[in-house]
Design a protein around this ligand. Structure first.
Ligand SMILES: [Zn+2]
Length: 999
């Protein structure tokens, strides 16, 4: 059914993949936030504190807060005293030693500022659907400790404060923020913290003259929140071992001391509670986001009114230090009380006498409370009621839409019901069995959290079944289309009978009525549509499918052939499985590249001898490529590596300029291909400019690295030249349209030079070398493929047939020649599956050779700050994406040229890639974890999204390749038909003109 041509196929591919990626949002990214809960707070006792002060040291990891270091900024550098290690936060340490309670607060992933603050202040783990709004807005407003307060004053970053202000009752939360420009990456970050401290001091100073403010401040249930972003900024810029980061800790400690003193003096009632913590930690290389322990462990120190004093063990190591993490803090004798991050919200609400935030899943950490056991039991029971209230509301919502609701077993029947359990706990408290009551409350909280999880995952089985049917349907559908279009190349009839149509449509109607009755979201209807549509189409086109298989397997007759076929199919799935594993272990690419060096040998000694230089280049480039995945994904800025990569690119440009004519003529002579190298002056000037831009890129990068490393601030001039180089390098190649040159080698060199400067400016260490090696590898690959194609075509002449080892390949090559005579493009054969697989391998390799895409934090912002020194996640992200995309642009150009040189239809190989790619997607879909830590779930989800995006991406690559290689002339052997462009289209450069045939 050739009516479904290339255009339709691509459109269906894109629509299908985007809709099915969205299934992740329907399954996993559903907001856990609900509304309509009654409030619960502890009202049987007097509030432990009249007010609460919360300090958040953004990006302060736990160990750095407590370890000892030599003074990073001593008054006298030479004195002995300056070199001896000391705690950098003496005030906070004194709170731990003699005033309050401390521990490690364990965060969840993503370890970013927004989710961290949501957990701390609202007690819920980030509503993951917030990723959809770029973490700028609240997808659903949520309750928070601030919203429960009488009034909250907050100071800090414009990225954090507004979300609590907006979610709260209007006027309840005051947010005083600095301008976004103030967060300049190239300046010292601690200014952000002194700004906050100064503002707090000003508020209390103003209160001395402002009577209204004074009386506001003196009311109970007030909260003060100091968001200290300096450490995060300094950590990103200098990493957490730097003097700057350590100095910033000193600044924060001193500020906390001053503010504590100021507030104690202002009220002089001793009724203020203080909490110091962090939203997330910081990795050794100055990033955060993933689940590395350095990112998830933050300090928690509480002191003041209502907080328990330290439990000191004078005869050995106190409890809580069992994991050894805190062994070098010098705090072994003080008991350590670890909490989960959301527990801090419950703790704050309790201390200030507020109701628990209604969306909170935090559990009150009883060891932090300075009160008797009975009060603790009462408080924990209220905490449990608050969490179970959420369960109630959610269960009612589910019950009202579900056709047949199956209740959560833990809370289902009479003796397990929430009411029964709460009554039992109350009874225990009344009868004085308080320890028992605490135990029961803890159990109830755990069951409540499990119940919430149960409701959150209620629809998973149904949705997953739909999605699986959809993906398998897509793969088979894609293969059927490829067979139709590029193997059979004829109008094959479709077999649609009334009964088959009735069956498929009644399945659809059945599923839709269930969806309708359950008031499912509209998108669910789309999930259900695709599987039915694909399978109906496959069913109707089954004659073509059978016929195509027969054609493809026509030459597989002997037993040996069958064994070879089975082995190749197994090898194919083996490689796909290896690629799946490579998401977890980058080293797999090293093994694959080393194995790939042997590939030319499969075509016999004669072939290797004939193409010795090419085989050598292939082996060399594979060896080079094999090294990158052994290097760490988290790179440290290295100027010499950047420059050596630049020098190699520069050398390629210069060599080509010097020997352009010879290279092009040589290529022609040896390859028997048509092209007239017209190396005239203008064309050479443009090429020269491109090479010059590479040199400029190296100079400007060197200069900006110097400025950034010495903290002198990035000069405007350097930044502008950097931008100019980047933009010019991308635009100048368009001038080649003035002097078109259709030679494919010429085009590849232009494209190589086009992206070289971006890969210098945006490089941190070895990526420039990777770009060089990757381009070399791709180039030798397409040359080799072409020679293999020629080799097998020649070898297929009857005389030499028996002496060649790979008979199926040869047989298929015979077919290629046959089909070349029939039409303009040859039909696909089984051997082309291997080419598609190689392409797919390179596609993955381009992602993983320089980073680990699954962990975004491995893409450091260092490189981007050369162009955008101010923190601006979206522009910086866009530049990072440009850097990640460049290898793919080069790849698509190479593959497009290969496609033409092999004489297959423009889209044929891309379509095969799209079909096999989703084998991986489905693999990842089943690896998505529905239990375990959020880290596991998050990682597996991102793997799935990446894998399924690759499908869309390949469709995009096909279009890109059309853009890049438009106007390239290649004479297909045997077809006597060169793919010449008309004069208007023959502009020799990157243009929007597609010369692909759209059926
Ligand atoms: Zn940060």
């Amino acid at each position: 059914m050739a009516q479904i041509g290339r255009f339709w196929f691509l459109s269906i591919a894109v629509v299908f993949h985007f809709i099915y990626i969205y299934s992740i949002f329907s399954i996993y990214f559903v907001s856990p936030i609900v509304h309509g809960m009654r409030e619960h707070g502890v009202d049987t006792q007097e509030a432990p504190a009249q007010r609460l002060v919360l300090f958040v040291g953004d990006g302060l990891r736990a160990d750095k807060a407590f370890q000892s270091f030599p003074d990073p900024t001593p008054l006298d550098e030479t004195s002995e005293d300056a070199k001896s290690p000391r705690p950098l936060a003496p005030f906070l340490r004194s709170r731990v030693l003699s005033h309050g309670t401390f521990g490690v607060s364990h965060t969840r992933v993503p370890t970013e500022s927004r989710p961290g603050h949501v957990a701390l202040i609202a007690g819920l783990y980030e509503d993951v659907s917030a990723v959809m709004t770029g973490w700028k807005l609240n997808p659903v407003n949520f309750d928070s400790v601030f919203n429960r307060s009488r009034h909250t004053w907050s100071w800090g970053s414009p990225d954090i404060l507004p979300m609590f202000e907006q979610g709260a009752v209007p006027g309840r939360v005051d947010a005083d923020t600095y301008d976004p420009e103030f967060e300049d990456f190239s300046k010292d970050g601690f200014h952000l913290d002194t700004w906050v401290f100064d503002r707090v001091k000003k508020l209390f100073k103003d209160a001395k003259t402002n009577v209204t403010l004074d009386s506001e401040l003196r009311k109970d249930k007030n909260v003060f929140f100091l968001h200290l972003l300096g450490l995060d900024t300094t950590g990103h810029a200098h990493r957490p071992y730097s003097k700057q980061y350590l100095h910033n800790i000193k600044v924060v400690d001193q500020g906390v001391q001053e503010i504590t003193g100021l507030i104690e003096d202002f009220y002089s009632d001793g009724k203020t509670a203080f909490i110091f913590t962090a939203d997330h930690g910081m990795s050794d290389w100055g990033s955060h986001g993933d689940g590395h322990p350095d990112n998830t462990r933050t300090p928690l120190i509480a002191w003041g009114s209502g907080v328990a004093p330290p439990i000191v063990n004078n005869s050995g190591t106190a409890n809580g230090h069992e994991d050894g993490f805190s062994s070098d803090w010098g705090l072994d004798h003080i008991q350590r009380h670890d909490v989960s991050q959301a527990d801090v919200a419950a703790l704050m609400a309790y201390l200030a006498g507020l109701d628990f935030p209604t969306n909170s899943v935090g559990e009150l950490p009883l060891s932090y409370l300075a009160t008797d056991t009975k009060s603790k039991a009462e408080a924990l029971l209220e905490n449990a009621k608050e969490i179970l209230e959420m369960y109630h509301v959610k269960e009612d919502m589910k019950k009202s839409t579900e056709l047949y609701y199956k209740p959560f077993p833990g809370l289902g029947d009479e003796t397990h019901s929430v009411e029964y359990r709460i009554a039992r706990i109350q009874e225990a408290i009344d009868q004085g069995r308080v320890e028992d009551a605490i135990k029961q409350s803890n159990t109830l909280i755990q069951i409540g959290l499990q119940g919430l999880r149960y409701l959150q995952t209620y629809d998973w089985l149904f949705l997953r079944t739909l999605v699986t049917a959809g993906y398998i349907g897509w793969i088979v559908f894609a293969i059927t289309t490829v067979i139709d279009l590029h193997v059979l190349k004829e109008e094959s009839q479709t077999l649609r009978t009334v009964s088959s149509m009735v069956v498929f449509s009644s399945v659809l109607v059945g599923v839709y009525s269930v969806l309708f009755m359950q008031q499912s979201p509209l998108i669910y209807y789309a999930y259900a549509l695709f599987p039915v549509m694909f399978w109906e189409e496959i069913w109707a086109r089954r004659p073509a499918l059978f016929k195509g298989c027969k054609v493809l397997l026509r030459d597989v007759s002997s037993k040996a052939d069958v064994i070879k076929l089975v082995l190749s199919v197994a090898g194919c799935f083996g490689l796909l499985e290896a690629l799946v594993q490579s998401y977890f272990q980058r080293e797999i690419f090293t093994i694959c590249y080393l194995l790939a060096t042997t590939w030319p040998a499969f075509y016999g000694k004669e072939f290797v001898e004939k193409n010795l230089v090419l085989v050598f280049t292939w082996v060399l480039s594979c060896m080079l490529m094999s090294t990158f995945t052994l290097l760490p994904a988290n790179k440290i800025e290295d100027l010499s590596l950047i420059l050596s990569g630049g020098v190699l690119m520069f050398a390629v440009g210069v060599l080509y300029l010097l020997f352009e004519k010879r290279i092009l003529v040589d290529a022609d002579a040896s390859e028997d291909e048509l092209s007239c190298p017209s190396a005239d002056g203008l064309s050479r000037i443009i090429l020269g400019t491109q090479v010059g831009l590479i040199a400029l890129a190296m100079i400007v990068t060197k200069s900006s690295i110097w400025h950034l490393q010495t903290r002198t601030g990035l000069p405007r001039g350097t930044q502008l030249v950097g931008w100019f180089t980047l933009v010019a390098s991308l635009l100048v190649p368009f001038l080649h349209s003035l002097r078109p040159n259709g030679h494919y080698l010429h085009r590849l060199v232009i494209i190589f030079l086009q992206f070289a400067p971006s890969f210098i400016i945006l490089t941190i260490s070895y990526e420039g070398l990777f770009y060089f090696a990757f381009c070399l590898c791709l180039f030798s690959w397409i040359q080799l493929e072409h020679h293999v194609h020629k080799h097998t075509s020649q070898a297929s002449r009857p005389s030499s047939r028996s002496s060649i080892p790979l008979r199926p390949t040869i047989a298929s090559a015979t077919e290629r020649r046959a089909s070349l005579k029939e039409g303009e493009y040859r039909a696909l054969t089984l051997a082309d599956g291997r080419i598609a697989l190689f392409f797919f391998f390179f596609l993955q390799s381009a992602f993983f050779s320089t980073g680990n895409i699954a962990s975004v934090s491995s893409f450091s912002l260092d490189a981007v700050s050369r162009l955008i020194p101010v923190f601006d996640p979206f522009s910086q992200g866009a530049l990072l994406i440009l850097k990640i995309m460049v290898p793919f642009a080069v790849m698509s150009a190479n593959f497009g040229i290969l496609n033409r040189r092999l004489g297959v239809a423009p889209s044929a190989l891309f379509m095969v890639v799209m079909a096999i790619g989703d084998v991986m997607t489905l693999n990842f879909f089943y690896m998505v974890k529905d239990e375990g830590s959020w880290l596991d779930i998050g990682t597996t989800i991102s793997h799935f999204v990446i894998a399924s995006l690759l499908g869309v991406f390949v469709a995009g690559l096909e279009l890109t390749s059309e853009l890049f290689i438009g106007g390239v002339e290649i004479k297909i052997e045997g077809s006597r038909k060169s793919e010449r462009q008309t004069g208007a289209q023959q502009n020799g450069t990157v243009t929007g003109n597609s010369n692909g045939r759209i059926h």
